[in-house]
Design a protein around this ligand. Structure first.
Ligand code: CAA
Length: 283
């Protein structure tokens, strides 16, 4: 199956990164969001990333122009009728994703694979919103997408082998290394990462250490590129909480109980880098 035109739903931090790597791999990309302003912000981030790569002589100015030239934006989901494969990277809310998949199922030709970048919503539940559950799969990129090498490819029990193979090969075409996961809460990446982050928030909550000290221990003691609290700010504390809730609901095991402090931060709108405040200040 030839994939020439690639659709991305959502122009936020994950969506614009995915659009960038797809365009850099030579595909035509249509990136959609609900407001033109969100699309413009997404394009501005891609342009900034490519400018930095030109400055570091990783790509030429002509490459930057070509990559940007391959990306168009839209606020009309009906434009997804033109794509050969798409990845949904909208906000991590189940009702929203369900509606998007119902719409995409109506809009996209029936052979088109509808993948999702969900960090924790069961792929099978999303697939059940469509008439093509065999063509629904998880294609989970890591943040920041242009830098991180992994794509977690998640198959539900209804995903076909053909859909899996196409998604796997596409991840490789994007210069990423895919890893296969089954459709259980949090899959592999977030099943392991988020309890660690949640435990770091418990350490802060219980006064075991200050944020800087907790992060220093994990950076210098365990060689993590960034500490768990700084990473939570990068991911978004609302997303972290949503993933913990999914683990807690899915396994009904108290070891996944979200830390009350994490919930408090989300309640007041301290969501990390994107709001200028999380466990650290970014203004
Ligand atoms: N977009 C594009 N490129 C970026 C970037 C961004 N947002 N942030 C950094 N980079 C690039 C830099 O330009 C730099 O490129 P070069 O090597 O070509 O010079 C490179 O990444 C390293 O950046 P820095 O030198 O500025 O900083 P660093 O060495 O501290 O690296 C980092 C930054 C890559 C973010 C690193 O700290 C890291 O790997 N952190 C952990 C990230 C992580 O764990 N991500 C997974 C999150 S979990 C997830 O995404 C799943 C989920 O569902 C929640």
């Amino acid at each position: 199956m030839d994939i020439n035109t690639f659709g991305v739903i959502g122009a936020g931090q994950m969506g614009n990164g995915i659009a960038q790597v797809a365009a850099a791999a030579g595909l035509s990309v249509i990136m959609s969001d609900i407001k033109q302003e969100f699309c413009d912000n997404g394009m501005a981030t891609i342009t900034k990333n490519l400018d930095r790569m030109v400055k570091k002589e990783k790509i030429k100015d002509a490459d930057k122009t070509a990559i940007l030239g391959r990306i168009t934006t839209t606020t009309d989901l009906n434009d997804m009728a033109k794509v050969d494969f798409l990845v949904e990277a909208a906000v991590e809310r189940e009702d929203l994703k369900f509606n998007i998949f119902k719409d995409l199922d109506r809009i996209c030709p029936e052979h088109v694979i509808l993948s999702t970048n969900t960090s924790s919503i069961p792929i099978g539940r999303i697939a059940a919103q469509t008439s093509r559950p065999d063509k629904v799969i998880g294609m989970h990129f890591m943040n920041p997408v242009p830098v991180m090498k992994l794509v977690e490819v998640i198959r539900s029990i209804a995903t076909s082998d053909e859909t899996f193979d196409i998604t796997w090969k596409l991840s490789e075409k994007f210069g990423k290394t895919p890893a296969e996961a089954s459709d259980y809460p949090g899959f592999i990446a977030n099943r392991i990462l988020l309890p660690m982050i949640n435990e770091a928030v418990f350490c802060l909550y219980q006064g075991v250490g200050k944020a800087e000290d907790i992060d220093t221990v994990m950076r210098l003691g365990m060689n993590h590129p960034m500490g768990p609290l700084a990473l939570a700010d990068l991911i978004g504390l609302d997303t972290c909480l949503a993933i913990m809730e999914t683990l807690y609901d899915g396994f009904k095991d108290s070891k996944y109980r979200p830390c009350p402090l994490l919930r408090k931060y989300v309640e007041v709108g301290w969501l990390g880098r994107k709001t200028g405040k999380g466990f650290y200040d970014y203004q």
